[in-house]
Ligand binder design. Structure first.
Ligand code: UDP
Length: 385
């Protein structure tokens, strides 16, 4: 076989999947990660004070409908059954999220059955909105003003720093609305938590002969000359030295607290009121209910605009403001022997399973191009979808 010398920039899920597969094919793979750990923002680590497995960069719950992705991740460690059930506090009351029959009945002080709740929500929703484009229109159309203002408006203003009128409907479409008592936050077929944490899972993906990992090591675009191909999973604009300005992101700050016992009784409680400065509290021990710990650690999560030197989390993709992104896509398409993969390099709000699915598809494309001696494209998945 014609062995290729491949660089992978970043050590999150995209690179772990691609490294694992291409090294298994016999290629030589070098991973460059500027942070001191693998796992990207899904990195997990045991807290030395409590022994609790902490989601260091905020809550990550694995969920997918994709059989290939689920089979793939399960090769690298045991997944424990885990169902994300989120609570939300608004105006001094606690409710269940996503909006479900219990939420509706408690909020409106009713005892509706499913069909009654559906008819009631339809009567208070704004049915004149035919094709919701903004977050606000999506909310007004499907849950109406009262639920929108209680659960989404304040939280979204804090989370995005932008009025929901100016945010795309796609952000709210992540969340189901249910007219039964199912309070599972996700609709997907598979859901679970890696027993030993995400970092152990990703370390096992990297554990193939032929993979070298350089932590605390940045990769400069001019180094691509040393390799046959580069898979880049860093921020798209950073590859080009931010030549057309910085693509906007939100970043997160976490304030850490310790306590004895159980602080809030569940892993995630959202704080939807605008006057509470944090968006949610995550109590990490509840992500591993099969473990037991006397003490507890929890994070208050604050969102703000990402500046130079901060860790980028959520791309801010405003409808009608895509020209800066398009300018970077044009530059990327002129690059040779570089493929841009994952959340940061394709500038999309991606869940872990989609990142893995696309990384596996990138491997498929690499294998196809390699066998035909063709060049690999800059994007396997367009950043504009
Ligand atoms: N959201 C909200 N209130 C909530 C939870 C979510 O308004 O209590 C909105 C918010 O705009 C958020 C989006 O729905 O960015 C998607 O929520 P999700 O829970 O998927 O966010 P993530 O866990 O990815 O931060």
């Amino acid at each position: 076989m014609n062995v290729k010398n491949i660089a992978l920039v970043g050590a999150g899920f995209s690179s772990a999947v691609i490294a694992n597969q291409l090294a298994s094919d016999g290629h030589k793979v070098t991973v460059f990660e500027s942070r001191p750990h693998v796992g990207g923002n899904s990195h997990s680590a045991r807290d030395s004070n409590t022994g609790v497995m902490v989601h260091v960069f905020g809550p990550h719950i694995f969920h997918t409908d994709n059989d290939r992705v689920w089979a793939f991740v399960n090769k690298f460690g045991e997944f424990k059954a885990y169902v994300n059930r989120v609570k939300a506090i608004t105006k001094d009351n606690v409710y269940s999220l996503p909006i479900n029959l219990l939420t509706i009945n408690q909020f409106f002080n009713k005892t509706f059955r499913p069909a009654e709740a559906r008819a009631f929500i339809e009567s208070i929703a704004d049915s004149t909105i035919e094709n919701p484009e903004s977050f606000e229109e999506q909310a007004m159309r499907f849950v109406g003003k009262d639920l929108y203002e209680a659960f989404f408006k304040g939280y979204t203003l804090k989370q995005w720093g932008i009025h929901p009128k100016d945010l795309p409907a796609s952000i709210l479409k992540r969340l189901p609305v249910r007219f039964n008592y199912d309070d599972n936050y996700f609709n997907h077929k598979y859901q679970g938590m890696p027993k030993d944490g995400y970092t152990a899972l990703i370390e096992r993906m990297f554990d193939v002969p032929g993979i070298g990992i350089k932590l605390n090591t940045a990769f400069l675009p001019e180094q691509k000359a040393d390799f046959d191909h580069v898979f880049y999973s860093g921020p798209l604009d950073a590859w080009f030295g931010h030549i057309n300005g910085r693509l906007p992101y939100r970043t997160l700050d976490f304030e850490t607290f310790y306590d004895d016992g159980d602080y809030q009784g569940t892993a995630v409680v959202n704080y939807c009121d605008e006057d509470i400065p944090y968006t949610r509290i995550t109590e990490h021990k509840h992500f591993s209910p099969w473990e037991s710990h006397e003490k507890t650690i929890f994070y208050k999560e604050y969102s703000r605009l990402c500046e130079a030197g901060d860790i980028p989390y959520y791309p801010i993709r405003l409808t009608g403001e895509m020209s800066q992104l398009e300018s970077y896509i044009k530059l990327a398409e002129q690059e040779t022997n570089v493929t841009f993969v994952g959340r940061l390099a394709t500038y999309r709000y991606l869940d872990m399973d989609v990142t893995i699915k696309e990384a596996l598809e990138s491997v498929d494309v690499f294998r196809g191009s390699h066998s035909k001696n063709e060049r690999m494209p800059a994007f396997v998945i367009s950043p504009l979808i």
